[in-house]
Write a protein that binds this ligand. Structure first.
Ligand code: NAP
Length: 479
């Protein structure tokens, strides 16, 4: 069987490694950029780090004794993925600079076309195209008229000097919080344009010393134990209780965020501007240290009046004030509902995934779609994307995919896709459960679809683990 993996980010690298381990030799990876790394290649903004502890945000088979901190910086994470890809021979099997733009199921196989016209044929496609990938530019009048430099947080322009200059940041998500924390003491003036305040959970970020690293190297089981314990903490403390909005644990989390705000911000007026009116963890919880200190520096200003438009000189807010700026950073998030798109995917009978997803992307157990045989998505729609390690999610998903693929290998069938009935059942149950989650308690966030319903895995993480442990073959149409 020939496999094509689309994307050489975290989950594409994983898929390529695991396929080879499982004895599948005909595996090729397509990557549109010139290097692996996915989101960690694209994001290079100052202060970039991962708020999932590094020993948990690592592949289970490639633990890293050299992580510098509990939450390591982005460049280190990118180096980790590049290193793993090289060490496991993924880089050699990747065709860089080739973006797959079309993927069509015809005559029992997948026919792929790249942006340069190159074609390929595969029996199985693993779409590892990422979630937080395509920048979402805000629709702000006059943005193109700005005389200074304006760029999205995921497209940081390092040729633009920021030291001593007037820098505006739009947004208050995880990206903006990390950026503001990192640059405020470097810039001349920092203006943060906040549409909605965020709850921020404090995070201690100690460095690992040389002795600790040596000990991890000598005793890898210590890293395994940290990974196991952190996973358990994240499950018990969040991923297992997203559907229990009256959980005392969620309340304790809220209280911690309130205490963080109240003990950190001294000016009552600023404190109230920074106080969200919704519950902690309704939006994706920001976990960070130092933001409140940064925003209280004399050169920082929090603006809550709402952006009216951008002018050549800066940003004008709805109250008529002009904030003159040299640089404008748009930390405005991602097109989270694109998934494999803009790639054109057509399944059996020429059905377009775009049409199927016209009112929101869905997938059976977040990986497969009826009518799209042998097409598997990692971190696809409706998966567990909360405050959790997406590596853990992708590893569990891929173990499941391998079990399905083994059905093809042993000749039980040639085409495998979820039944429409299984998809409908899963989707109905997911929708019902989504209404009862913490994400549906009165805030706007990227977790919500266009109707306002949370799209992420609304069940416990334990259930996800159980589902991934063994496919229910009766839910698949096998031909
Ligand atoms: P985000 O959470 O989607 O935040 C976007 C921000 O931009 C929000 O504050 C939003 O305001 C604001 N915004 C969007 N359009 C606007 C407009 N037209 N005018 C004014 N404000 C506007 O994006 P993100 O910060 O890039 O984070 C996305 C996700 O990436 C995170 O939730 C997280 O999962 C991941 N991430 C993780 C880390 C990490 O440490 N692990 C770091 C960075 C990112 P509203 O709130 O009012 O909508």
């Amino acid at each position: 069987m020939r496999f094509v993996v689309i994307g050489a980010g975290m989950s594409g690298i994983l898929a390529a490694i695991r396929l080879r381990e499982a004895g599948y030799d005909d595996v090729v990876v397509y990557e549109k950029a010139d290097r692996p790394g996915g989101t960690w290649r694209e994001n290079t903004y100052p202060g970039l780090s991962c708020d999932v502890p590094s020993h948990f945000y690592s592949y289970s088979f490639a633990l890293n004794p050299d992580w510098s901190r509990r939450y390591s910086p982005g460049a280190e994470i990118q180096a980790y993925f590049t290193g793993v890809a090289k060490r496991y021979g993924v880089t050699d099997r990747t065709r860089f600079g080739k973006e797959i733009v079309r993927c069509a199921f015809e005559d029992g196989r997948w026919h792929l076309t790249a942006n340069d016209g190159a074609t390929d044929v595969a029996d199985v496609v693993i779409a590892a195209t990422g979630v937080l990938h395509h920048p979402k530019m805000p629709e702000i009048e006059g943005l193109e008229t700005f005389a200074g430099a304006a760029f999205h947080s995921a497209r940081w322009d390092h040729s633009v000097p920021i030291d001593g200059r007037r820098v505006g940041v739009v947004g208050t998500g995880s990206s903006a919080v990390q950026i503001v924390t990192a640059i405020t003491d470097r810039v001349g003036q920092l203006v943060l344009f906040q549409r909605t305040p965020q709850w921020i959970m404090p995070a201690q970020n100690p460095a690992y010393g040389d002795e600790e690293k040596a000990s991890f190297r000598a005793h890898p089981e210590a890293m395994e134990e940290i990974r196991r314990a952190t996973a358990q903490q994240f499950c018990d403390g969040f991923a297992n209780i997203v559907g229990e909005t009256d959980s005392p644990i969620l309340q304790a989390m809220h209280d911690m965020c309130v205490a963080h705000l109240e003990s950190s911000v001294h000016d009552p007026e600023l404190r109230e501007k920074l106080r969200p009116s919704y519950r902690a963890a309704c939006k994706r919880l920001v976990i960070a240290d130092g933001f409140y200190e940064a925003i209280q520096r004399p050169n920082a200003r929090l603006v809550t009046d709402g952006v009216a438009r951008v002018e050549p000189a800066g940003v004008r807010t709805k109250d008529g004030t002009l904030y003159p700026l040299d640089v404008l950073v748009l930390a405005t998030g991602f097109q989270v509902d694109w998934f494999v798109r803009p790639m054109q995917v057509t399944g059996r009978g020429g059905v377009r995934l775009d049409d199927l997803w016209a009112h929101g992307a869905t997938a059976y157990l977040s990986m497969t779609v009826p009518g799209f045989p042998n097409f598997f998505m990692l971190n696809g729609p409706n998966g567990p994307v909360g405050n959790f390690s997406l590596i853990e999610v992708a590893e569990l998903q891929f173990d499941y995919v391998l079990k399905l693929v083994d059905e093809l290998r042993r000749g039980a069938c040639r085409e495998l896709a979820p039944s429409a009935e299984a998809m409908a059942r899963f989707d109905a149950e997911r929708r019902e459960a989504a209404k009862k989650t913490i994400w549906n308690t009165g805030c706007r966030s990227w977790y919500l679809d266009e109707t306002g319903l949370p799209t992420a895995w609304p069940f416990t993480f334990d259930r996800f683990r159980n589902e991934m442990a063994a496919p229910r073959l009766e839910d698949y149409e096998r031909r």
